[in-house]
Ligand binder design. Structure first.
Ligand SMILES: [Mg+2]
Length: 396
């Protein structure tokens, strides 16, 4: 079976309303208080500039999401959600899609390799990697549909009975009520907030540890906001609160800083990788052991194909992989279910305190965590029940 065409469609068309967790709908239950998301701040690389420091959405891209469709000669359609709309959809429709048409629809390794090599003139990281990811995931979905099997079976089948999910966000009391046994806080302050910010970071972690007790794992997400010195200092102050890991303390490109942090805080488990693209940075980090836990994002790193390779790197270097946002997409759920080196699945809780997550809009057919546990859909492909044939092309 050959690939007939690969192209982008718009998910935010009226035909798609309610498909994805970003279409606002009025929940039935009234929230007890607004979500942490609405009350910032969250430390980030731009925190030093007051004009943009209050919230990440003040400066992060607004291109939005879209859907990549991979259509086979017989009309079967695989599809996947992709990020960063216009520039990424242009790469899908005007570059990779045209060059992959006519290839064997089952030859995903070949298609991935072709795409990464065709990135050579402009680089395979960043925006290009979002396009490669969307196409790779659409091809996996297509293969599952052609073979009538869920993607996790194409990877070898389940490696665990269910997924152990951890929550991410600042409404810790709410996540405990929902039954999570591990939770990750966003770090609010960075260097520009001075000693006062450092003290507030420590107070937040101390207060949260007291709330959850010693029977719950606690992590801290630092979203590339620190330099080495600040990360070491904060890690030292937080040592009494037994963090399971500190995440993404440094700018993703600065490998020397990662090596320094490893050396200066040898006792602190370090996790990173959501802003690393392709397999190379993971191989670099694993071979030098500059972090402990690799966190590729399946929609950003290049898709499921490189995730499998990164898991092999981790196996061979006694490391752990916990994909970024793994529980929030069917793609991450299938990878976490099938690959033994992945012990945990990250879940961003989509509702404010008091509103059951089942009331949030979501992809039809996608699993949701219950009591901090989850089993992915066993429907063919990634199991998302949507007729993408009804959606308009992204570039109309
Ligand atoms: Mg993170």
């Amino acid at each position: 079976m050959k690939i007939k065409s690969i192209y982008s469609v718009a998910w935010d068309a009226p035909e798609a309303r309610g498909f994805f967790g970003k279409v606002p709908v009025e929940p039935k239950t009234k929230p007890r208080r607004p979500s942490w998301i609405e009350s910032g701040p969250v430390a980030n690389p731009v925190t030093r500039y007051p004009r943009y420091s209050a919230y990440r959405p003040l400066w992060t891209p607004t291109w939005g999401d879209f859907i990549v469709v991979a259509e086979a000669e017989d009309g079967t359609k695989g599809f996947a959600f992709a990020n960063h709309g216009k520039p990424v959809a242009a790469m899908v429709d005007e570059y990779f899609g045209l060059r992959l048409a006519g290839e064997n629809a089952m030859a995903i390794e070949k298609c991935y390799d072709m795409m990464v090599r065709m990135c050579a003139p402009f680089g395979a990281t960043g925006i290009a990697s979002y396009a490669v990811s969307g196409i790779d995931l659409a091809l996996w979905d297509l293969k599952g549909k052609l073979l009538d099997r869920p993607v996790y079976e194409l990877l070898g089948g389940p490696s665990k009975d269910e997924l152990f999910c951890y929550s991410t966000g600042g409404d810790t009391d709410w996540y405990m009520e929902l039954g999570f046994k591990a939770t990750k806080l966003p770090c609010p302050f960075a260097m520009a907030d001075g000693l006062d910010g450092l003290k507030k970071n420590v107070e937040l972690v101390a207060k949260t540890r007291e709330m959850v007790g010693d029977g719950v794992e606690l992590m801290l997400d630092c979203w590339m906001a620190f330099d080495t010195e600040y990360a070491v200092r904060l890690a030292e102050e937080l040592r009494p609160y037994k963090l399971k890991w500190m995440e993404e303390c440094l700018r993703s490109e600065d490998f020397d800083a990662h090596a320094q942090l490893r050396q200066r805080a040898p006792w602190q488990t370090l996790a990173t990788g959501e802003h690393w693209f392709t397999t190379y940075p993971f191989q670099h980090a694993a071979s030098r052991h500059i972090v402990d836990i690799l966190q590729p994002d399946i929609q950003w790193v290049g898709g499921l194909t490189p995730i499998v390779k990164i898991c092999a790197i981790a196996e061979a270097t006694s490391m752990t992989v916990i994909p970024h946002g793994g529980g929030n997409t069917p793609y991450g759920q299938h990878a976490c279910y099938a690959l033994p080196v992945i012990p945990w699945t990250e879940c961003f809780v989509p509702t404010p305190p008091g509103v059951p997550p089942s009331e949030a809009p979501r992809l039809p057919g996608m699993a949701m965590p219950k009591n901090g546990r989850m089993i992915p859909s066993d429907a063919p492909g990634f199991g998302i029940d949507m007729d993408v044939g009804k959606l308009p092309r992204f570039f109309r």
